[in-house]
Design a protein around this ligand. Structure first.
Ligand SMILES: [Zn+2]
Length: 261
């Protein structure tokens, strides 16, 4: 038998039949796979904990021709272990990150990029030294980039006008007036019209923050002000929902952007 092994993150699992577990994982070199872990429901030397969501490790599995399900022999967990029992909020955000990875299409070629996205996001939650809302915002923005649907923030989607000027310290916003974000089109400059559902007004402070945040040479821009964070959360979460064409179940449990204004 040709056992395969891969670095993985466990995305979800549930009991299956009498003794088994049905486990969905993200394999770094393959993408998202679901398989049956035999006898994993019984507490044995193999350990149930190895298949708990957010666990990272090396998974050993077998592909079967004619079946979407793989057979999982074991998962050897590797640190860091996300100690989620102590922090419910951390658990909610981690659940949201993994649900996004469950809901989106992932080709084998894109698998390493999504693997890095997820492990990086979980690492930042595990470190616990940042506002989880900021970690979420960064995760969602990077998620949109991984999906290839990150809008071009630097140009008006209607007239094509450049919105920022490159300066020594990053990108400087050219017009200090409210811009708009249209879910269907992208960013609109102050002069171009945009209204109706799916159009958000974004303050110049939000635009300035994005200009700094999306500058690849800017490594530490500092966290956004509360008002900027709330506006960006609303815009970026709406983009995520629009591209997934659904509301992730775990999203409803996260703090509402309006609560932090
Ligand atoms: Zn315009």
């Amino acid at each position: 038998m040709n056992w395969l092994q891969s670095e993985c993150v466990i995305l979800k699992e549930k009991p299956f039949k009498e003794k088994d577990r049905l486990v969905t994982f993200l394999a770094k070199d393959k993408g998202r796979l679901t398989g049956i872990a035999k006898s994993a429901k019984v507490l044995t030397g193999r350990g149930v904990g190895a298949f708990e969501p957010f666990t990272r490790g090396t998974i050993h599995y077998l592909e079967k021709s004619g079946s979407d399900l793989v057979t999982i022999r074991k998962c050897d967990p590797t640190p860091p272990f996300l100690m989620l029992h102590h922090n419910y909020e951390q658990f909610l955000f981690a659940s949201y990150f993994t649900e996004l990875v469950v809901l989106c299409p992932i080709s084998p070629a894109d698998a390493p990029v999504f693997y890095d996205l997820l492990t990086h996001g979980l690492d930042r939650l595990a470190a616990g030294d940042e506002d989880f809302r900021v970690v979420r915002l960064r995760f969602e923005m990077d998620f949109l980039t991984c999906l290839g649907v990150q809008p071009r923030w630097g140009r008006c989607a209607q007239c094509g006008k450049t919105l920022y000027q490159k300066s020594g310290g990053g990108y400087r916003l050219l017009q200090g007036a409210p811009h708009k974000f249209d879910l269907k089109r992208g960013v609109l400059c102050p002069a171009c019209p945009g209204h109706g559902s799916g159009v958000f007004v974004v303050s110049p402070q939000v635009m300035e923050f994005v200009g700094v945040w999306l500058d690849p040479h800017q490594t530490d821009s500092g966290p956004p002000m509360a008002g900027v964070l709330a506006q960006l959360e609303a815009v970026v979460s709406a983009q995520v929902m629009a591209h997934l064409e659904r509301v992730p179940r775990s999203m409803a449990l996260l703090p509402d952007p309006a609560d932090i204004l």
